[in-house]
Design a protein around this ligand. Structure first.
Ligand code: IVH
Length: 696
């Protein structure tokens, strides 16, 4: 059966009034409702193409529930209403797998992959390069392996992997997982099939679950895998039913009454046609080069995927070749898991100290026993703020899970209760700034404690402010790193950003680890940085709550620094992105004579930019902002929306990155939306876009 068949409506679909059974004919109506609900489920979970809004689905579901309540004889095990969970179990019964659930051999680098391919070629007697092996490539999901048994197309049992030979019977829990079909798609299903795959939780669902746990005062989960495992191993399946679990198939166990497809990719296509979710990132390729290319492509996409993966999996595609290669101990010779460097590791918190940021914000930082995670050795990890330390109950001496994903700052996820030593010490927020000795204050409505010294008293704030000023997205002074700034501040050569432009060759060259040449490079970079944009300059000032996107919006709205300086609160509030807190912070910054003096000195030193007249800026209100369009909007086509944005001075880009200012998301927005959420980028819909354009 083709995918399209699975998505076509029963009896001609809801659009065909004649074929939709009359609600009075309750038996036919129940059959129709079930088929409709299954069809929408498959569209959502298998093809990632929702066909109706959630509320409509809920309406159909409610109608079926009501029908079944009135006519209990209608209830059958594969009805979508049976996903609500059953009474708690005392424990999980054991299940013996009819075919062992094996594990995979791991590879960690190119050499391992090349060796895997060479061994396979040798074993298959493919000696010269024309005889490359075809591989099926897929993701290595970071979830929980599961075996789903279907008898004559009906879901009858689910079991965890356990030790590979015996697992736990989690049938009732799995029945609540909407991504898993209770009946395989129409056609002639096999008499028996064990479909194997991974149960996991999407990152957004994980965040929502933890927010719910937090609100209810319950323990949070450390990561989506733990959340998926915890949800699947609930003795009370009604709890599982409330957890958004997903499933992707990647293998097969027992099969009776049907022929095994001749390739792994055909097996996955077959699953898809039966309404079983299979990951869309799968593909086929040839030889070790093809494998490595896939690995690199997925590595690039990894952060944008809606779920966690810990590598990719390569499988010899032809089943006949797989059989020839066979198994070594508990892993197939025909497959390899190529792992990414682990993003989580265990280590010990040796101390918790505080760091002072450029706005005086005090951040508790865990000093860790060095640990290799996410491809680098980590010795420090942020604990964000005092409340976070208390909420996670991290203590000095604890063994903790440290996470470093992509370029994100390493963080302490959770402590390991079983390994807490008796002498573990609680963190106490100091009363005084460790750098300047000023009192640390915490406003009632703020999560952050701050050093009250300000940059004049506090060298840490001065250093932070200067680091921000020279950073790539601000004035972009190459070569002026943290260590140089530390020395310049400690030796009292530099106090404000304006002092940077007064530096001479001799002063710079006299610093530790500086030679004449590097000093000259820093001076050149400073000179180059003088020619900038208003947006960069405003961002570089380090006004609290004014990030890069806000600085761009302010610059394009006001056009000149003077117009911005003179703006009233009401005028500031006209700028998209600016709310009352931001507006107050801007006004406070420009009311400080020291800041006015600093800006004057910077301009006198030669810092300059091209100013636009305010009228011109008003005309192009989106100047300096980059938009990404995703999903389909109710009225505007993508081309029209893009043209409108460009006419207002904005740019339209194809992919979401840290540089994106705004994502306009329509229906069925996919990975771009997820990425935007992850990066904390402003997300608006069509109405929001139209509002933004109208503000001009
Ligand atoms: S195939 C005979 N494919 O990795 C091979 N496993 O180390 C059986 N896993 O327990 C596994 N993604 O939980 C396979 N695309 C994938 C996978 C995958 C994740 C997990 C699975 C298994 C473990 C094996």
């Amino acid at each position: 059966m083709m995918a399209a068949d699975l998505l076509s409506a029963p009896n001609g679909g809801p659009g065909n009034a004649a074929s939709v059974p009359d609600p009075a004919d309750w038996q036919a109506r129940a059959v129709w409702l079930r088929a409709e609900l299954d069809r929408h489920n498959i569209a959502y979970y298998v093809f990632d193409r929702p066909t109706i809004p959630d509320a409509e689905y809920d309406k159909l579901f409610g109608e079926l529930q009501a029908l079944e309540a009135a006519h209990p004889e209608l209830i059958c095990a594969d009805s979508p209403t049976q996903r609500v969970g059953a009474a708690p179990l005392g424990q999980f019964p054991q299940v013996t797998h009819s075919v062992l659930m094996l594990s995979l051999n791991n590879g960690f680098n190119e050499t391992d992959v090349i060796a895997f391919d060479r061994r396979a070629r040798e074993a298959l007697a493919k000696s010269h390069s024309q005889q490359e092996i075809e591989y099926a490539t897929e993701l290595k999901f970071d979830g929980l392996a599961i075996n789903l048994r279907y008898e004559h197309g009906v879901f009858t049992q689910a079991a965890t992997r356990g030790d590979g030979a015996t697992g736990e019977d989690v049938t009732e829990n799995v029945r609540t997982v909407r991504a898993i079909p209770l009946r395989l798609g129409t056609g002639a299903p096999p008499a028996l099939i064990d479909i194997r795959g991974e149960v996991l939780m999407y990152k957004t669902d994980f965040a929502r679950l933890n927010a719910r746990q937090r609100a209810a005062g319950l323990k949070e989960f450390a990561n989506p895998r733990n959340a998926a495992a915890g949800s699947l191993r609930q003795l009370d399946s009604r709890i599982t039913a409330r957890r958004a679990l997903r499933f992707f198939a990647y293998g097969i166990g027992a099969l009776e009454g049907a022929a095994l497809p001749s390739t792994h990719s055909a097996l996955l296509d077959w699953y898809c046609s039966m309404g079983v979710p299979v990951c869309i990132e799968r593909t086929t390729c040839v030889g070790a080069d093809g494998l490595l290319e896939y690995f690199h492509n997925i590595g690039q996409k990894r952060a944008q995927l809606p779920y966690d993966i810990d590598g990719v999996v390569y499988k010899v595609n032809a089943v006949a070749e797989q059989q020839k290669l066979g198994y070594v101990s508990r892993a197939p010779r025909f497959a390899l898991a190529h792992k990414f460097p682990a993003e989580e590791a265990l280590t010990v918190v040796q101390e918790i100290e505080v760091q002072v940021g450029r706005t005086g914000a005090i951040t508790p930082v865990a000093r860790l026993a060095p640990v290799f995670v996410g491809g680098v050795t980590v010795t420090n990890a942020t604990l964000h703020n005092e409340d976070e330390v208390n909420r996670k109950d991290i203590r000095i001496g604890d063994t903790v899970i440290v996470r470093r994903a992509g370029d994100v700052i390493p963080e302490v996820v959770a402590y390991v209760p079983e390994q807490r030593p008796q002498h573990a010490r609680r963190f106490v927020m100091p009363g005084k700034c460790p750098v300047c000795g000023s009192p640390i204050v915490r406003l009632e409505d703020e999560a952050i404690a701050r050093c009250s010294g300000g940059w004049i008293k506090c060298a840490a704030q001065r250093k932070g402010g200067l680091q921000h000023f020279v950073s790539r997205r601000a004035m972009d002074v190459e070569g002026l790193g943290e260590q140089l700034i530390d020395q310049l501040v400690d030796r009292q050569i530099v106090t404000t950003a304006a002092d940077l432009y007064k530096l001479g060759l001799a002063a710079l060259a006299a610093l530790d680890r500086m030679a004449d040449k590097s000093a000259r490079n820093v001076l050149d970079a400073l000179e180059k940085s003088k020619s900038t944009t208003l947006a960069r300059f405003v961002y570089a000032l380090g006004i609290r709550h004014v990030g890069e996107a806000t600085a761009k919006a302010l610059a394009s709205h006001f056009g000149t620094l003077d117009a911005l300086l003179q703006a009233s609160k009401a005028q500031l509030l006209e700028v998209a992105d600016v709310g009352p807190v931001v507006a107050d912070s801007i006004i406070e910054f420009f009311a400080d004579p020291l800041n006015i003096e600093l800006m004057a000195q910077l301009r006198a030193a030669g810092v300059h930019w091209k100013e636009n007249s305010t009228a011109e800026a008003r005309h192009r209100p989106l100047l300096g902002q980059t938009f990404v369009l995703t999903g389909s909007m109710p009225t505007l086509t993508r081309d029209v929306a893009a043209a409108m944005i460009e006419a207002a001075g904005g740019k339209v880009a194809g992919s979401v990155s840290k540089k994106t200012s705004v994502v306009v998301a329509g229906a069925e927005a996919g990975s771009k939306l997820a990425k935007a959420q992850e990066l904390g980028i402003t997300i608006i819909d069509e109405a929001g876009l139209l509002d933004l354009l109208q503000q001009s």
